[in-house]
Design a protein. Sequence first.
Length: 390
Amino acid sequence: MLNNILYLAGLSSLVLVVLAGTSLMLGRRQLGYLKDEPPSYPAKPPRVSIVVAARNEEHDIETAVASLLAQDYPNLEIIVVNDRSTDATGTILDRMVERGSQKMEISFNVIHLTELPSGWLGKNYAQLTGAERSSGTVILFTDADVFMAPSTVSRAVSVMEAGHIDHLVVIPQVIAKRWLLKTFITSFAIVFLLYARPWRVCQPNSMAHIGVGAFNMVRRRAYEAAGSHRAIAMRPDDDMKLGKIIKQAGFQQDVRLGLELISLEWYPSWPALVNGLAKNCFAGFAYSVPLLVLVSLVFMVMFVLPFAALPFSEGSMLYINAAAASFICLLYADVAPRGTMSRLQGPLFPVMILVLLYICWRSAVLALVSGGIEWRGTRYPLSGLRANKL
């Protein structure tokens, strides 16, 4: 009986891995690179308002904002919202404003928030504030630790105008200084791509949607018609949910890869990564323990079982588990950055999956035991988070 269960589990793993992995590898090749798009725009380019929500970003904010001020797009407005920072973020921003923008055609303003209204997450309220005080017909929401090459906005507007796109998402190049963090990032990217299926978001009849905090560019009319950040006021996964409400409202969405144009260091260390993801992992499961259990079991069968059972397998089971493990390594090498040693770290993928599941379960336990989450220096009750269903 046990052998039959293990055989069925191993065969299920192989089938699921091949189907999901093939879909990912083929779909990923449908995604274009923003760097391949010409930086052109209409004779009267639409005004673009870049909105940055920043809290305690003193280490990155000056470099990030400087990269925005260096954009070559001719009709640009930059609004940085200082969300109750307790470090030198506000001082740095004020000093940058005093120095003035590098180009006269760029409007650069800083908004300092000192209070947070009830029923709002800090970042979401900061983004809404920036959007409502902006004047552009196109709004670009980006994070305060993101660096953009000078032609980024011009290329993105060119894509939006040429394709009549309402919401353009650009997936950034994520930088990590430690090889094990690079391994986790690649593993996380696989899981994210399988979940979001970005190659399908441009299909109107598909439920696939996407949003990325580093680069969410949306037309104002679509943003407001979808409900703006008011519809996702208590969502810590605000970037993905912004994409969801825009897609559900019937607007056109598309994706590009931001290699060589948009970059950020996601988390500098393991403690920062574990603590940083604690705020939104449980939200990704709709705060549902049964859903988390189900996804955990599927991940264990798909990505962990083939490697764990391989040393104990014989006969046909050996071939099944070896085939599944080999395909997983192939999938990992396909997603990992080309020309790097990290492409050879596929055998560590199941370990990274276990780390990810630990982070997800830790997020759930902390939220359930404490009755909420801690994010950007503010405590939010679980009841209010659950009430903002999407």
